[in-house]
Write a protein that binds this ligand. Structure first.
Ligand code: ZN
Length: 498
């Protein structure tokens, strides 16, 4: 029998999971179906729920229960890995949460909903001035949160801790100092080779219904369970694992280019399969929760790029694509492979090729740190973005919709999130390499369009453990070594130069 304080924590976590999954559902509704005039009330509603959840979790008795479990040695009990993960996870989250007053949590939530609506309008019209006051507010509140959470070296560290526990800005500086020149060196020859692939090779008219059906067929084959999830349309794609048996994906369609929604869905389905692979009975506790956003992005980037942009993918899927898009009948798998791996500097991160992708991340990381440090004023963000973008990519940004307004993240307070995409890329490359070595016959399975072996391996190594291990420990346990940039770069060189 587990001790009473632990049972009380489990009960509190259950209550919180009802509030948090309801909040997630309201957020999903806000992004998909909510009429515009509902925004003000929705902001109040979400603010109220966040405040209530915050009060329930930060109540003094919760701290007493956690301390009692720690005193009983549960945080490091090798006999009950889930209880240990839960006590450690609750401690981490409780210490962070109790640094914030509930009023500030409510204000932040309200500001984000309003900012998010303003961002969508501003992006539509490419009107930065419309978004600027909201961005100012969100960054200001985020900086206050960082100061309350506390940090040793850099306010950015306090934000990273919420997305990728243990990550530090100084370590990212070191990583990016290796990654950036290596990618830039690769970019010239890779882009030159890609120039042989006509940019309009797959140009056509792709009304939503056909890509939607094809995307669904591929995501289903990968292993996304549509009896426990669904896909809808939004401005910015996302995945929300809002309850056991209920994982919502969203995507957006480009009628001239079916690849936008296809690779968007494969990315989000990768997130979704992680959510669906968490243990249902542990839902709402750290043991049943994703370990970090970097690991979450490793799952999405693995299915999108390592699997979805591989040669074998198109060898298997081209006939089905032709069924939905008869215009592709004259294409070969090799042409499809070349077209989906066309390397060329472009404006939009989510549509970027694998070689330039991390440059988009590095740009945002630099700007976020300057804004947080008070070195870059919000009104100067577009000019700073455009200047840095041109220096990195050699392209002039035509308007802010293709520049600093493209991503949803800042409007939602996801400041410090972008580096998790690069951490995810690194982990994805390393995990995929290891899976190929570990799973007998995996290359043959993938060539035949069978994904159960790979998904099973990820379920066991990454999904089922939840937060039992920290993200670095999880990668080391799965692959036999800590995350290394070399594997990622070797994979890029192999694909784009050889
Ligand atoms: Zn993602």
């Amino acid at each position: 029998m587990l001790p009473a304080p632990y049972r009380q924590l489990r009960e509190r976590a259950r209550e919180l999971s009802f509030l948090q999954s309801t909040t997630a559902l309201l957020y999903w509704d806000q992004q998909t179906f909510m009429p515009p005039q509902a925004m003000t009330f929705r902001a109040e509603q979400l603010s109220y729920f966040s405040g209530q959840a915050h009060r329930l979790f930060t109540a003094p008795e919760v701290g007493d229960w956690i301390a009692a479990c720690e005193d009983a040695g549960m945080a490091s009990d090798p006999g009950d890995a889930d209880a240990a993960a839960n006590v450690r996870g609750w401690r981490h989250d409780y210490d962070r949460a109790t640094k914030l007053p509930a009023g500030l949590v409510e204000e932040y939530e309200r500001a984000k909903v309003i900012a998010n609506t303003a961002w969508a309008e501003a992006r539509e019209r490419s009107d930065f001035a419309h978004f600027a006051p909201h961005l100012e507010k969100v960054f200001g509140l985020t900086r206050r949160l960082a100061d309350l959470w506390g940090y040793e070296a850099d306010p950015y560290d306090a934000l990273l801790e919420g997305f990728e526990p243990g990550a530090r800005a100084a370590e990212l500086d070191t990583l990016f100092a290796t990654l950036r020149p290596a990618v830039v060196e690769l970019l010239g020859p890779a882009a030159e080779r890609s120039a042989r692939v006509p940019a309009d090779l797959l140009a056509g008219h792709y009304p939503e219904a056909q890509p939607a059906a094809f995307n669904r067929e591929v995501a289903g084959a990968f292993g996304f369970d549509f009896a426990a999830g669904r896909i809808n349309t939004t401005t910015h794609p996302f995945c929300n694992g809002l309850a056991p048996g209920d994982c919502r994906l969203t995507t957006r369609y480009d009628e001239g280019n079916f690849l936008v929604s296809l690779y968007g869905v494969l990315h989000e389905a990768g997130h979704g399969m992680y959510e669906q692979g968490l243990r249902r009975e542990a839902f709402g506790t750290p043991a049943g929760m994703y370990v970090s956003l970097g690991i979450h992005e490793s799952q999405s980037r693995l299915w999108e790029n390592q699997v979805g942009r591989a040669r074998e993918f198109w060898e298997h899927w081209l006939p089905r694509a032709v069924h939905y898009f008869p215009g592709l009948a004259t294409r070969t798998p090799e042409e499809m492979f070349a077209a989906v791996n066309r390397v060329h500097p472009s404006f939009i991160r989510v549509e970027a090729d694998q070689v330039t992708y991390d440059l988009h991340v590095i740009l945002r990381f630099g700007l976020e740190r300057r804004i947080l440090a008070g070195e870059l004023a919000i009104r100067d963000v577009p000019a700073a973005w455009n200047e840095e973008f041109e220096a990195m990519f050699g392209l002039k940004v035509p308007d802010d919709a293709h520049g600093c307004l493209q991503d949803i993240h800042w409007s939602e307070g996801l400041i410090g999130y972008f580096p998790t995409y690069t951490l995810g890329n690194l982990a994805a490359a390393q995990l995929y390499r290891r899976a190929l070595a570990d799973v007998p016959g995996l290359p043959g399975e993938l060539a035949a369009g069978r994904y159960g072996g790979l998904l099973g391996w990820l379920r066991e190594k990454i999904h089922a453990p939840g937060r039992r291990l920290a993200s670095g420990e999880l990668i080391a346990a799965a692959t036999g070594e800590p995350t290394r940039v070399e594997h990622y770069l070797a994979g890029l060189r192999e694909k784009f130069l050889e």
